[in-house]
Design a protein around this ligand. Sequence first.
Ligand code: HPA
Length: 235
Amino acid sequence: MSSIHINAPKDAFADTVIMPGDPLRAKFIAEHYLENAQLISDVRNMLAYTGHYKGQRLSVMGHGMGVPSATIYCTELAQTYGVKRMIRVGSCGAVHPDVQLRDIIIAQGASTDSNANKQRAQGFDVAALASYPLLEKAVSCAREQDAPYKVGAVFTSDLFYWPDSSVYDALARFNVLAIEMEVAAVYAVAAEFNIEALALCTVSDHIRTDSHLTTDERQESFEQMIEVALGVVES
Ligand code: HPA
């Protein structure tokens, strides 16, 4: 069995899939954290692996950039492969003054400017929400690991480069913590297929202060977030 964008055999995915945007990050996670990781899909180089983490079967797969890409991969994972849990691990740009570089945003919900979810829900603006049990576990893992974290709203945008920066003020006024590009897609697909989803995003850029993590800091912060995500899988 395979789907249009995933060429893995039937049963190749574990119930839980950790999903970074970048497929090379999926490879990094597989090589550094999983035992006996096997490459199970490589269509368009959107690499997917399954292995074991602390005795538990676990998969990791990239979802690409933006709502259309994430919607395709998450839908095929849920629909064709029967995946039960998707955990996005990404980066985001902070718009709220209470958020700092390196914070891990545990996304409780996502607003969006994308029309994709509305198209699938008869024009309604469905709330894109995290699975509460996964969110609770992530908070407790972040606390135990002493990782800096904030729980709240993100904004899933189709644009990375905004022509008008006043949008950031508007989002901050509504208590949006950060902008990223996929959470609303992952959460809506999970809702549609009645499965669980959670997104963790490290703050790699602070849009209000125009500050950015260096490449090494991004990697460190990424690894701290992966450890929180793996704690969620383990608990
Ligand atoms: N915008 C959208 N997505 C992002 C950003 C941003 O500034 N930084 C990291 N991911």
